[in-house]
Write a protein that binds this ligand. Structure first.
Ligand SMILES: Cc1cc2nc3c(=O)[nH]c(=O)nc-3n(C[C@H](O)[C@H](O)[C@H](O)COP(=O)(O)OP(=O)(O)OC[C@H]3O[C@@H](n4cnc5c(N)ncnc54)[C@H](O)[C@@H]3O)c2cc1C
Length: 484
């Protein structure tokens, strides 16, 4: 096993894409699951904290160890099986999402979870229950996890199949561990804050989105779906923001009518994404972006060659209500053009993350979602909060899921501190409206206080008890979700 201890060599492992910096002593690269298991057993005996690193694209400092060592899953990078007939893929944790998506596509299949950042490892996406652009239609990673192999904190390797093991009235037994789930209502929005808990839940769901605090995901069997015959991708730039928001409401309403079908003759969006004026300004040097637009929407839909024109006509018809001219639309139906529009969408968060790194700041980006009926009022609340305080900001997000990334871009430490207060207000407002402080990025080391505000101290302590039963010394992913 490769072990790196040289500070320069391990520098990249001390932070993730949020720019949160930890202080790891070493990085271990196990090459087999057996090697990983032996390592974990030894670390547990020696009382050494260990943090799991995927490809560090996370946005909450989860993979950045504050102390102890890091275990990288990068050498556990084999795809074990792809089954075209039964539509599944079995993979080790360190395979990139890009490789999973490509392998599925080469076999005429699709792995829908798509957090726009495709350099992440599949283990990281399961640990954070990642979602992203296609979650409007397909939901989050959880919906596609059929089976997991998990290395528990003290070194036992377990297999959990979906639909095989269930909680019994909030009680779960795994090997000799007796776990008690807290009783609370999870918000009815896209959510990945804290543990997934329900009285008779499938046990596999406890580990998905647990941010690596309950065990190390070593292998996964993932469900695939048929690759659509055709994809339509479209960026629309609006002259005023109200038109963009109203277009989203319209297209969402129409899509929800056929979301559970593969009706390719109707508007049936895969992704409905929003970018505000400030986001567009960040990319003003990009030749694809028209000047002086107030907002943009990225829309994707699956269809077939036969119905491609019909869908485009339906889309143009809807857009004609919103003062959109030909120069304001970029649309793509062939693979290369679709890829370039997807890259355009990805460049919005990338640009923000670059700004944060360049200014040596920690990310102040919301990941809140609220029930759709409250979304427009919530959006206004968020904007007012930053504008009244004269803070520079950009807003983009998965508006199809009423999910908003408002990134505050402070100029200095004083603005950062003010921004942090505003950020907290925006998160708490989401909770007040029945939403969540984290729809897809997780709690990591940034939102531990907010998690307590969201669920209350008692529920969070009961979640922590689950961890303490499996990991009494609190060595695995210490500091994630809960204070150590
Ligand atoms: C530009 C950009 C855009 C993004 N857009 C989205 C988006 O739209 N939607 C979205 O959901 N996310 C998005 N993300 C966040 C990110 O891509 C995801 O959080 C990703 O799922 C993390 O994968 P990773 O391999 O990089 O994990 P890491 O960042 O390395 O780790 C994330 C967490 O998972 C744990 N972990 C990693 N591997 C394992 C394992 N095998 N077993 C147990 N725990 C593990 C880590 O300890 C850590 O707590 C974006 C990120 C960037 C940089």
């Amino acid at each position: 096993m490769i072990i790196k201890t040289n500070k320069d060599e391990i520098l990249d492992f001390s932070h993730d894409a949020s720019n949160f910096s930890g202080n790891p002593e070493a990085v271990f690269f196990p090459e087999t699951i057996l090697e990983l298991q032996e390592l974990v057993k030894t670390l547990y005996q020696e009382n050494t904290c260990f943090t799991i690193s995927g490809n560090r694209t996370g946005l909450t400092g989860g993979a950045a160890a504050e102390k102890g060592i890091i275990i990288s899953t990068s050498k556990l990078n084999k795809i074990i099986e792809i089954n075209r007939n039964d539509k599944y893929i079995i993979t080790e944790a360190g395979v990139t999402l890009e490789e999973i998506q490509r392998t599925a596509a080469e076999n005429g299949l699709l792995y829908p979870p798509d957090p726009t950042e495709t350099n992440c490892f599949i283990g990281g996406t399961i640990a954070t229950n990642a979602s992203g652009e296609k979650s409007f239609k397909y939901g989050a990673t959880r919906n596609f996890v059929e089976e997991l192999e998990i290395l528990l904190p003290q070194g036992e390797l377990i297999q959990i199949k979906r639909n095989h093991f269930f909680a019994n009235n909030l009680k779960i037994k795994i090997l000799n561990y007796d776990l008690t789930l807290p009783k609370f209502d999870m918000p009815e929005v896209k959510n990945t804050a804290g543990y997934y808990c329900a009285p008779d839940m499938d046990i596999i769901d406890l580990f998905i989105g647990a941010e690596g605090t309950l065990g190390i995901i070593t292998k996964a069997k993932l469900r695939l779906v048929d690759k659509p015959g055709k994809l339509i991708s479209c960026f629309v730039f609006f002259n005023n923001e109200e038109d963009a928001l109203q277009f989203i409401t319209d297209v969402k309403r129409k899509s929800l009518l056929s979301i559970h079908t593969n009706d390719f003759t109707r508007l049936n969006a895969l992704a409905i994404e929003f970018m505000d004026k400030n986001s567009i300004s960040l990319l003003k040097d990009n030749p694809l972006i028209p000047h002086n637009r107030a907002a943009a929407v990225w829309f994707e839909q699956e269809t077939t060659t036969e119905y491609e024109d019909l869908i485009l006509n339906r889309l143009w018809e809807l857009l004609s209500k919103y003062n959109v001219d030909d120069n304001s639309i970029l649309y793509a139906v062939d693979d290369n053009e679709i890829k370039s529009l997807k890259e355009l969408r990805h460049s919005f968060p990338s640009k923000v993350n670059e700004y944060i790194s360049a200014h040596n700041l920690k990310k102040l980006g919301t990941d809140t979602a609220v029930p759709s009926g409250s979304f427009r009022a919530y959006y206004k609340f968020c904007k007012d909060c930053v504008e009244i305080n004269n803070l520079q900001y950009v807003i983009y997000g998965h508006f199809g899921n009423s999910h908003i990334h408002l990134n505050i871009l402070p100029k200095d430490e004083k603005e950062y501190n003010l921004g942090k207060e505003i950020y907290n207000q925006i998160c708490l407002k989401a909770v007040e409206l029945g939403g969540t402080i984290s729809a897809e990025h997780g709690i990591g080391k940034f939102k531990r206080d907010l998690l307590i505000k969201m669920y209350g101290e008692e529920i969070v302590n009961q979640m922590k008890n689950i961890k303490q039963v499996l990991d009494p010394k609190m060595l695995l992913n210490s500091g994630n979700i809960f204070l150590p």
